[in-house]
Design a protein around this ligand. Structure first.
Ligand SMILES: *Cc1c(COP(=O)(O)O)cnc(C)c1O
Length: 368
């Protein structure tokens, strides 16, 4: 008897592809020992707040218990930070989960979802997983003055149809590092009808220092269809714990709560995130260091003739203007891991996350 699991899978899942992790990092760590410079995943090498680490240690004996399914303590701290109601907050196992959950709850095969070319990879994945029609809007050109390969907000707003349930934006965007300012977002949101959620992914917002560019949080009261996602994976340096959140209208959160897995955020993550929120000084250090290191590395790269695109995130997209495969392998052979961009349709570029100063110097020394 033959058994074909793929044929049994539902038609939506059958069309999906499994996540490609790129490199097998555990194997590479074993091969290179401590000599591997991991500049591929946009992590924060300064590490989390000491208070977050202490909170994890303190919570360890309680791992025999289920976590708080409401995340009450963390939500209360977030509600105070953002001056919103707890009912307007949802917690996720990383913001990735929340981006997926939004599509699961609001999109379906009879609807469409709008996102940008070169936008965050999760947007088309969430769209496909919901079986919705993807509307991929052409990005700004690569020679654009302020946002090469960035979101074209006017074109994105124009692409929203009557059947569109979600338009996803990332500000700053991964992998381009590009951003849009407050005036551009204001104009965009005025054009998106309330039949469509405008999801602004702010995974890197803490690192922004461009003038006139602030968080979309300020607009939540004005636009009930606005959803803003955040993560503890980047500026808070808790990527391994998997925790993120979103702020939205309480009605939107109420819908998400119907499908959210009850214990999606583990207890160590909840405790660490709460403690990390309380350590504003550490966050400030991380952000100041990130902006300085970003400027320094961009300067060093351009001094060597490389085109690092303007970035407000904790990584640089380097446009080589030719296939980046050889460049990436050259660095790989020297124990420097950067992220190839062919999967994004940017085969001529690589994304380089900020490492420690000595890792960044190793990168520069290893450049072809
Ligand atoms: C890293 C990243 C996230 C965060 O994902 P988590 O699941 O919270 O770790 C979200 N959006 C973008 C654009 C990112 O680059």
């Amino acid at each position: 008897m033959s058994f074909d699991a793929t044929a049994l899978a539902n038609p939506i899942t059958r069309r999906l592809r499994a996540y490609d992790p790129g490199h097998d990092l555990p194997a590479l760590r074993a091969r290179f020992g401590g000599q591997l410079a991991e500049l591929g995943s946009n992590e924060t090498v300064l590490g989390p707040s000491a208070r977050a680490l202490a909170a994890i240690a303190e919570s360890l004996p309680q791992v025999l218990r289920y976590p708080d399914p409401q995340g009450g303590a963390l939500k209360r701290a977030l509600a105070e930070k953002w001056r919103v109601e707890c009912a307007g907050i949802a917690l996720g196992n990383g913001s990735h989960e929340l981006l997926m959950l939004l599509a699961q709850c609001f999109a379906d095969p009879c609807t469409s979802v709008v996102h940008s070319e070169f936008g965050f990879a999760v947007f088309p994945i969430a769209t496909a997983a919901a079986g919705a029609t993807p509307i991929c809007v052409k990005a700004l050109p690569g020679d654009h003055a302020s946002a090469p390969y960035g979101h074209d907000l006017d074109a994105l707003a124009a692409a929203v149809r009557a059947d569109t349930r979600i338009v996803y934006l990332a500000n700053p965007n991964n992998p381009t590092g590009t951003w849009f300012n407050d005036a551009e977002l204001d104009r965009f949101l005025r054009r998106v009808p309330t039949s469509c959620l405008a999801v602004v992914d702010e995974a890197y917002q803490e690192f922004v220092d461009a003038p006139g560019t602030s968080s979309a949080m300020r607009l939540l009261r004005l636009h009930p269809n606005l959803v803003v996602t955040r993560t503890f994976s980047k500026a808070y340096a808790l990527a391994g714990l998997r925790i993120g959140y979103l702020l939205a209208d309480a009605g939107v959160v109420g819908v998400l709560e119907r499908l959210r897995e009850s214990f999606n955020v583990n207890s160590l993550a909840q405790a660490a995130a709460l403690a990390a929120l309380g350590d504003a000084a550490h966050l400030q250090n991380v952000c100041t260091w990130t902006r300085q290191e970003r400027n320094w590395l961009a300067g060093e790269l351009s001094a060597r003739g490389y085109r690092a695109l303007p970035s407000q995130a904790n990584f640089l997209l380097v446009d080589l203007g030719r296939d980046a495969g050889g460049f990436e392998r050259h660095l790989f052979d020297r124990g420097v891991i950067v992220r190839p961009m062919a999967g994004y349709g940017l085969g001529h570029a690589v994304r380089i996350s900020l490492g420690t100063r000595s890792e960044n110097e190793r990168l520069l020394a290893a450049l072809p």
